[in-house]
Design a protein around this ligand. Structure first.
Ligand code: NDP
Length: 293
């Protein structure tokens, strides 16, 4: 048996098309062009690439991309002041502060400065609280993308047993909340979990957000399970530089019913979900009907 491959690139392209259509409709109906502001502090090369990609994707979707670059030695107060300025700018619907920030800046303080109505990364305490309470809010992008992919192969997740390996604020915890909202029976596993193999074997939906190459072994996968691999790990193998997930893909695909590859799985969904949050934020802030994205 070989698992169905869950194509994150195709799902992301579909979602972006839907978002672009929603943006075009907003322009036609309300002369409104949603805007996403990205704040980049310093010159970390990976962050620069991410910010550039986000800008290109935002414009492709018909939205306005606003980039603010501050030097690596910018003070915490300067970054906080910029975020407050963006909170008050009516042309800005979403604010994303590219992480990590330089070590002298308290990231948690900066994130809390973001107006929750514009928190398109879903990282403020207000957004996390809304997710916990089951109230509408802006949900972190990678967990949202993971759910969309899981539902692309199993429309109804209700009653299924879901295991999330990893409990970070960015991925594991919000993903567990979203699975709970889908009526899964959720287990959260982490570095102190006893007999992780047995826990994973109980999962109809297995989500790995660990950050360790191939830590989830093939025979830990229940036959027919849906496997969502969030991990992105760069390794040297056979003299080549490769990206691999947290799941041993080649072994897992012989047991899983469906599985996301790395790269080309959850990764491409993250930016698409950022655009989705921006168009939703633009509508909600103005009391317009929420676009079906
Ligand atoms: P963190 O390092 O913040 O969290 C990792 C989690 O994995 C922790 O909860 C940790 O447990 C747990 N863990 C570590 N080792 C083990 C182990 N041996 N067994 C079981 N659990 C373990 O990582 P993130 O959540 O930020 O990211 C996870 C992965 O997802 C990374 O590879 C990252 O690159 C990727 N990622 C991908 C994105 C995408 O767009 N596709 C976006 C964001 C992240 P404990 O809490 O006990 O320490």
């Amino acid at each position: 048996m070989s698992a169905e491959l869950i194509d994150g690139k195709a799902a992301s392209a579909n979602l972006r098309e839907t978002i672009a259509a929603a943006v075009a409709q907003m322009k036609a109906d309300h002369e409104l062009q949603p805007g996403l502001a990205v704040v980049l502090v310093g010159d970390d090369p990976a962050s620069q690439v991410y910010v550039r990609n986000k800008g290109v994707a935002t414009e492709k979707a018909g939205m306005r991309s606003i980039e603010h670059r501050l030097p690596a030695d910018a003070t915490e107060n300067a970054v906080a002041g910029l975020v407050r300025q963006l909170n008050g700018d009516d042309a800005v619907d979403g604010i994303l502060v590219q992480l990590p920030l330089p070590a002298h800046i308290n990231s948690a303080r900066i994130i809390e400065e973001i107006d929750p109505a514009k928190d398109v990364d879903g990282l403020t305490e207000a957004s996390a609280g809304r997710l916990m309470l089951g109230k509408p809010g802006l949900v972190p992008c990678t967990p949202q993308g993971s759910i969309i992919l899981a539902k692309s192969v199993r429309e109804n997740l209700s009653g299924l047993s879901a295991v999330v390996v990893g409990r970070s604020i960015l991925v594991g915890k919000p993903l567990a909340m979203l699975l709970l909202a889908e009526n899964c029976t959720v287990t959260m596993a982490h570095s102190r979990t006893k007999d992780l193999a047995a826990v994973c074997r109980s999962a109809d939906i297995l989500c790995a957000a660990v950050g360790r190459p191939r830590v989830i072994e093939g025979d830990w996968i229940k036959k027919g399970a849906t496997v969502i691999d969030v991990g992105i790990n760069r390794i040297e193998e056979d003299g080549k530089n490769r990206l691999v997930g947290d799941v041993d893909f080649d072994a897992a695909k012989t047991r899983a019913g469906a599985i996301t590859p790395v790269p080309g799985g959850v990764g491409p969904m993250t930016i698409a979900c950022l655009l989705r949050n921006t168009v939703i934020a633009a509508a909600r802030r103005r009391g317009l009907a929420e676009p079906l994205v």
